[in-house]
Write a protein that binds this ligand. Structure first.
Ligand code: URP
Ligand code: ZN
Ligand code: ZN
Ligand code: ZN
Length: 483
C-alpha cells in the first residue's frame, strides 16, 4: 500500500476554512491531501465528522517532582490518556526549579519521566531562583537541549520573583533566544489581602477569589509587560482571567510590543460562585487566577474574538479532592491559603471550548482550531510539524463529531483525579477518535497507546519570538547573540 493510513471522507479543518478531502499518512506524517486516497493499509471513515489538527496544550502541569521526593498525582501515562480522551496530542509542560537548587538535574529527571508517557512533549523551564550559577551555566545548557521557554511566577510562595529577578530572566532569555511565559498576579497584594481575610475569620474556599481580585492581576500584567518592553524581550502572559488584564495586553500589542495572551476554559466556564458551594466543595474550583463571573466570561470571549487572547490552554494542574496528595492535604477544612491551587482540565479543554465557543456561536470553527492547536504550536515553535493539517506535518488528528451531545462526568475525563470541575456540564461536540503520528490512540473513548511512545520535541530558535530591536533611547546593555 502507498499509505499506512487513510482518513477518508471528513471535513478537514485547516484553521483557514474547511475542505472535504482525504488524508494519506506514511511513517507518522501526513504525506498527501487528496480528493480520494484508495491504497492504504488501514482506512478510517470520517464521513460526517470534522478532522481537526490534534490539540496542542501549551500550558499544563504533569508529574512535577516535589522537593520532598514526591510528584503530582497525575503521571505522564495518566495525563496522556486524559489528553487523548479529549483530542489533544501534544503538550508543553513544566520542569520545576526549587529554591536553592539548579535546573540541569531536574531537566534530566523530567525528560526521563516524560519519556514514560504517550504524549509528544516539550517543556518550559521554571526559574524560581535565578542565581549566577543557574542563569549563566545551567540554563544555557537546558536551552541548548531545545527547551526554548522560561517560565516565571510573579506570585506564589516560594516561587515568586522580585522585579530585579524577573529582569534578569528576561535578559537571559533575550540572550539565549527564548520566550518568557509569566504568571501575573501581585504577590504582596495577595498576601496582604489574605492576612486581612484570615484575621476576620474569612477562611472558606470562596475567599480565595477575594484574596486575588482582578486588580492584582491587572497590575502584575502591566508590570510584566512594561519590564519586558524595557528589555525588549517577547513574553506570553499566562491564564488571563479578566478583561482589565487583557486590556493591558491589547494596549501593548497596539504599540507593537511582542506580548501574547493565553486564557483557559475555566475563565469562560467556571465562576467565583462555584467556590461558594456548600462545605469544602468550593476547593474543587480553586485555581489561580481565580474563576470570575459570567459577565467576565463574556468579556473574555470578546478579547478572544479581538485576537488579544490567541491561545487557550488547560493549565491542567491536578489535585484530587480526597487523599493525602489532594485538595484536603492540609485538612478537610483547611483555610483557603493552605489549599493547593489548580484544577484538572486535559480532556475537558477541547469539548468545553468547542461547545461554549463554536456550538453557541461565540467563535468560528477556524477560531477554535487556531486557539487550541495552531496558535499554541506556532508560539511555541512547534509549527508546522504540530498544530496544522498539512503535507509534511505529523499525522496528529482529532476526529470530531460537532453534533454529539455529552454530559461531562469524571469517568469521561480519564485522568488520575477523582473529580472534574465540569461535572454535569452539557456539551455539544465531542472527539470520537484521536490519532497521534498516524496511530489511533483513542477511539470511541477507549484509549489505546503504549506507555513510552511519547516523543520529546526539542525546539530550535524561531522567528516569531525574536526580539524587535526596540529599546528605550536605543540603549541596549545586553544585545542578543547573533544580532
Ligand atoms: O492554580 C493554578 N493555576 N495552578 C497551576 C500553577 C499555575 O499558576 O499555573
Ligand atoms: Zn518568597
Ligand atoms: Zn500560573
Ligand atoms: Zn499553570
Amino acid at each position: 500500500a502507498d499509505y499506512d493510513l487513510a482518513v477518508r471522507g471528513g471535513q478537514v479543518a485547516t484553521g483557514f476554512g474547511t475542505v472535504r478531502c482525504d488524508i494519506g499518512v506514511k511513517d507518522g506524517r501526513i504525506v498527501a491531501l487528496a480528493e480520494r486516497i484508495a491504497d492504504a493499509a488501514r482506512v478510517i471513515e470520517a464521513g460526517g465528522l470534522l478532522v481537526l489538527p490534534g490539540g496542542v496544550d501549551s500550558h499544563c502541569h504533569i508529574e512535577e517532582p516535589q522537593p520532598g521526593g514526591g510528584a503530582n498525582e497525575e503521571s505522564f501515562a495518566t495525563a496522556s490518556a486524559a489528553a487523548f480522551a479529549g483530542g489533544t496530542t501534544s503538550v508543553v509542560c513544566f520542569i520545576p526549579q526549587w529554591k536553592g537548587h539548579g535546573v540541569w538535574d531536574r531537566y534530566v529527571d523530567y525528560r526521563a519521566r516524560a519519556a514514560k508517557g504517550m504524549l509528544d512533549h516539550s517543556f518550559h523551564q521554571i526559574i524560581s531562583d535565578p542565581t549566577d550559577a543557574v542563569m549563566d551555566d545551567e540554563v544555557p545548557r537546558v536551552v541548548a537541549e531545545g527547551v526554548r521557554s522560561l517560565k516565571v511566577f510573579l506570585t506564589y510562595e516560594p516561587l515568586h520573583l522580585s522585579d530585579a529577578q524577573y529582569l534578569r530572566v528576561l535578559t537571559k532569555a533575550r540572550e539565549l533566544g527564548c520566550l518568557v511565559t509569566v504568571h501575573c498576579e501581585n504577590y504582596d497584594a495577595i498576601n496582604w489581602r489574605t492576612a486581612e481575610l484570615l484575621k476576620h475569620g474569612m477562611t472558606a474556599p470562596k475567599y480565595h477569589a477575594w484574596a486575588r481580585p482582578p486588580v492584582v492581576e491587572r497590575e502584575a500584567t502591566h508590570r510584566a509587560i512594561a519590564l519586558a518592553e524595557l528589555v525588549d524581550q517577547p513574553i506570553q502572559v499566562f491564564h488571563v482571567s479578566c478583561a482589565e488584564a487583557a486590556e493591558e495586553i491589547a494596549r501593548a500589542q497596539a504599540r507593537g510590543v511582542k506580548v501574547w495572551g493565553e486564557t483557559c476554559p475555566q475563565y469562560v466556564a467556571l465562576t467565583a460562585a462555584d467556590m461558594d458551594r456548600p462545605g469544602f466543595e468550593g476547593a474543587k474550583f480553586m485555581c489561580s487566577p481565580a474563576p470570575r463571573s459570567q459577565e467576565e466570561h463574556a468579556r473574555i470571549w470578546e478579547m478572544i474574538r479581538r485576537g488579544t487572547l490567541d491561545v487557550i490552554s488547560s493549565d491542567h494542574c491536578a489535585f484530587s479532592y480526597e487523599g493525602d496528595k489532594g485538595k484536603r492535604q492540609n485538612g478537610a477544612d483547611a483555610v483557603f491559603r493552605d489549599i493547593p491551587n489548580g484544577i484538572p482540565g486535559f480532556a475537558a479543554r477541547l469539548p468545553v471550548i468547542f461547545s461554549e465557543g463554536v456550538s453557541k456561536g461565540r467563535i468560528t470553527l477556524d477560531d477554535f482550531v487556531r486557539l487550541t492547536s495552531t496558535n499554541p504550536a506556532r508560539l511555541m515553535g512547534l509549527a508546522p510539524r504540530k498544530g496544522m493539517i498539512a503535507v509534511g506535518a505529523d499525522a496528529d488528528l482529532a476526529l470530531w463529531d460537532p453534533r454529539k451531545k455529552v454530559t461531562i462526568t469524571n469517568a469521561l475525563m480519564q485522568h488520575a483525579i477523582d473529580y472534574t470541575p465540569y461535572e454535569g456540564l452539557e456539551v455539544t461536540g465531542w472527539p470520537v477518535a484521536t490519532i497521534r503520528r498516524g496511530d489511533v490512540v483513542m477511539r470511541d473513548g477507549k484509549v489505546q497507546a503504549e506507555p513510552g511512545t511519547g516523543r520529546f520535541l526539542p525546539r530550535a530558535p524561531y522567528d516569531l519570538i525574536r526580539p524587535r530591536g526596540v529599546v528605550p533611547d536605543g540603549f541596549d546593555p545586553a544585545p542578543p547573540a547573533g544580532r
